[in-house]
Write a protein that binds this ligand. Structure first.
Ligand SMILES: C[S@@+](CC[C@H](N)C(=O)[O-])C[C@H]1O[C@@H](n2cnc3c(N)ncnc32)[C@H](O)[C@@H]1O
Length: 258
C-alpha cells in the first residue's frame, strides 16, 4: 500500500481549519456541504454542461502519466466520483491509484463506478487536500482536477501535492481559467453565469447554488501565469501551462526536483 503518514487515521475524517476561504469565498465546510448536495447528479451534470469535453480534459491529463511503471501509485486528490482515477487506469492499466476527497457523498460513488466498469487497482478514501494522509515521496505522481480552486489555501494545497510525490515525479493540475478574447471571453462567462445555473437548477434543484459558485470561483481564481509562478515558487521544475478548449481550461504540469 502507498505510504500512509502517521496522521492518516485522523486526517481521514478531519476537516481543514474553519477560518479558511477559497477563491469563491467558501469555507471548507461550505464546500463539503455543497458537493454533498450535488453528488447524486454530479457526473450527469458535468458531462452535460461541459458537452462531454470533461472526458477529453481528463484524458489529456492521463496522457502525462504514460511511462510510469506497473504498480506505481498516482495520488488523485479532490477525486470527487473518481473520473481522473478511471482515465488514468485506462491510459496506464498497471497504475495503482489512491483517490481521495473530503466529501463522503462524492467519493462514495467511486467504488460503485469501479464495480460497474470492472476496474480494479483504485483505492478510494476520505482525505483533505490540505493535510494528505500520505508519507513524503510515496507516490509516483499526484493529480487534482477541478479541485484546487475549491481548497481554502492554494499554496498549501500545491505543497501537499508536491510533498507526496517522489523526486522526478509529476504534479498535474487541471483547472478552469477565465478565457481572454474580446468576444469569446464575455460569451463564455455569460454561459457560465446565466445559462449553466438555470439548466443545473432545472435538472437538480440542489445544484443551482453549486453552478452559481462555479463562475464566481473561476473569475476569482489564479490565471495561467499566476498558477505557473505559484507552482515554481514551491520548487516544482519545468512547469508548463497547457491551454485546452480555447483556454477555458488549463493543464498545469510540474516535476519535483530530483
Ligand atoms: C469539482 S469537483 C472535482 C471532482 C473530480 N476531480 C473531477 O474531475 O470531476 C471538486 C471536488 O473537490 C473536493 N474538495 C474540495 N476541497 C477539498 C479539500 N480541501 N480536500 C479534499 N477534497 C476537496 C470536493 O469535495 C469535490 O468533490
Amino acid at each position: 500500500m502507498i505510504g500512509m503518514s502517521t496522521a492518516a487515521s485522523s486526517s481521514l475524517t478531519s476537516s481543514a481549519a474553519p477560518e479558511l476561504r477559497n477563491a469563491g469565498g467558501k469555507s471548507p465546510a461550505e464546500v463539503r456541504e455543497m458537493f454533498g448536495r450535488v453528488a447524486r447528479r454530479y457526473d450527469f451534470l458535468n458531462h452535460l454542461l461541459s458537452l462531454g469535453l470533461d472526458f477529453t480534459w481528463r484524458r489529456r491529463l492521463a496522457r502525462e502519466l504514460e511511462g510510469l511503471e506497473s504498480g506505481a501509485w498516482l495520488a488523485d486528490i479532490c477525486t470527487g466520483t473518481g473520473d481522473v482515477a478511471f482515465a488514468a487506469k485506462k491510459r496506464v492499466p498497471g497504475l495503482r491509484v489512491l483517490a481521495l476527497d473530503f466529501t463522503p457523498e462524492m467519493v462514495a460513488y467511486g467504488p460503485r463506478k469501479a464495480a460497474r466498469k470492472g476496474v480494479g487497482g483504485i483505492v478510494f478514501g476520505i482525505g483533505d487536500a490540505l493535510r494528505l494522509p500520505l508519507s513524503d515521496a510515496s507516490a509516483a505522481a499526484s493529480s487534482v482536477s477541478f479541485g484546487i480552486r475549491n481548497v481554502g489555501d492554494l499554496e498549501r494545497g500545491l505543497r501537499e501535492l508536491a510533498r507526496v510525490v517522489r523526486p522526478g515525479g509529476k504534479v498535474l493540475v487541471l483547472e478552469f481559467t477565465k478565457p481572454c478574447g474580446r468576444m469569446f471571453g464575455p460569451l463564455y462567462m455569460g454561459y457560465l453565469k446565466y445559462v449553466l445555473p438555470v439548466v443545473a437548477k432545472l435538472i437538480a434543484f440542489a445544484a443551482g447554488d453549486a453552478y452559481r459558485y462555479l463562475p464566481s470561483s473561476i473569475q476569482a481564481f489564479a490565471g495561467p501565469e499566476e498558477m505557473k509562478q505559484r507552482m515554481e515558487a514551491i520548487g516544482l521544475k519545468d512547469v508548463q501551462a497547457v491551454p485546452l478548449t480555447f483556454g477555458t481550461v488549463h493543464l498545469y504540469v510540474g516535476s519535483k526536483a530530483n
